[in-house]
Design a protein around this ligand. Sequence first.
Ligand code: BES
Ligand code: MN
Ligand code: ZN
Length: 516
Amino acid sequence: MADMLEIDFAALSAAPVGTLVVLAGDDMALGSAARGIDERSKGALKKAAAAAGFSGKAKSAVEILAPVGIDTQRIVLLGTGKAPNELDRLMLGGAAYAQISARKGEAASILCDPADAGQAGADVFAADLAYGALLRSYTFKKYRTKKPPEDGAEGEPARDGLTRLVIQCAKPDAAAKLFQSRKALAEGVFLARDLVNEPANVLGPVEFADRMRELTAAGLEVEVLDEDQLSELKMGALLGVGQGSERPSRVVVLQWNGAKSKRAKPLCFVGKGVCFDTGGISIKPAGGMEDMKGDMGGAACVAGLMLGLAKRKAAVNAVGLLGLAENMPSGKAQRPGDIITSMSGQTIEVLNTDAEGRLVLADVIWYAQERFKPRFIVDLATLTGAILVALGKEYAGLFCNDDRLAAELSAAGEETGEKVWRMPLGKAYDKMIDSKNADMKNIGGRFGGSITGAQFIQRFIFLKDEKNKMLPWAHLDVAGTAMDSNRTDISQSWASGWGVRLLDRLVADNFEKGEK
Ligand code: BES
Ligand code: MN
Ligand code: ZN
């Protein structure tokens, strides 16, 4: 990650630094500090708004150059719309950042004095605004040795020198405090984005695992399992995926024990980490194959989530497990028709070596249950192109054997804007992966490809509670959301870091209560 944008909080009365963004509500409603600026500038804000037909609509803007009576070169009046909710506030922060970075300057100020703050207090409003701006500020430029063009390539704005953002608000100390946990999460999002953006020549399974070791600095316990250990564990499905590659596979276990009782059952998050997916012997077509450097998006999200939980000292026990492998064709690669034995003992006929993600997950999910006896497992995987056909890029596919967990995930999705759409599971779909030659096959035929993928994973959930109820498990198919996803006010990069904020919210809303 490049240096993070520095964000400070100051009083409403502080002198602005650089471009000054001033918020205006619906019908050009101004807070008292903004009214003060309007008065000192002899009505420049209201005059400019009238001239431009600006009414304070959310994210609309007017620029006022060289205002009299105010010590700044420019003011950008930015609309908040009516009663912005949490997600609106984040997006507004992103929009403010975009206005600022489109102009020159090393520092800038936002006068966070909303006339219509909705449900939020001044401190929450300011912290959310700062969080949105920070998320927007991410760029991936480490391999660009030449000065970037003015507005950056591929829609990523150059952060042309902007290094410091000051949020002026009514309760700067309280806002700064609230911002801490948001900043922690942003670090998790940035880690996930960095990992997904990194090309596969630089980030193979070993390099990914090595980067995870660095997370001990944040307080995570990090273990890396090498191929000898994976063989010992009989992870034949995961190892089969990596066997065509010159680069060995790895499994990484990240632990955060923040609950009051260190022995409380943990939440388990499992990520597909295929560092590059050529398809193997069932090789993919050349067009767009470069995108398969992002086929470790699930694992990247789990890594980012675990970093975020540790940095904000979440009151929960959580384990992140990453299945890291590279899917390559070679003389050593597995072939269509090969039958492999997974850690569970179940045999799999590999009819298509490009349906590799489910093989990786099968073993890691089995291992997670045996070792950690978790409260639930949520897995994330860029599993199928079919989920893009079904849902496009707006929603990730949610497959879940537990209505409560599904509802909690859906609610967290609506709150964070990282939305999930529940898809069906059922016996009839499960039958589609029965095989004549083995316990199952790794593809289910032409139709319902995302569902048969999920059914496959479900065959590796075995834990039951005292009442014989299956372990709550959710599978998120993030093929459409983890990479090259829709650009938003808070995510402009090819890699979105999708899922870090969603799963953090799932944890915060449902599993930390009574722990503090
Ligand atoms: N990594 C791909 C899925 C994918 C496709 C992710 C597009 C992101 C964008 C996965 O390993 C894969 O190849 N899936 C196959 C499954 C099929 C062979 C049953 C697919 O979607 O075609
Ligand atoms: Mn594949
Ligand atoms: Zn894949």
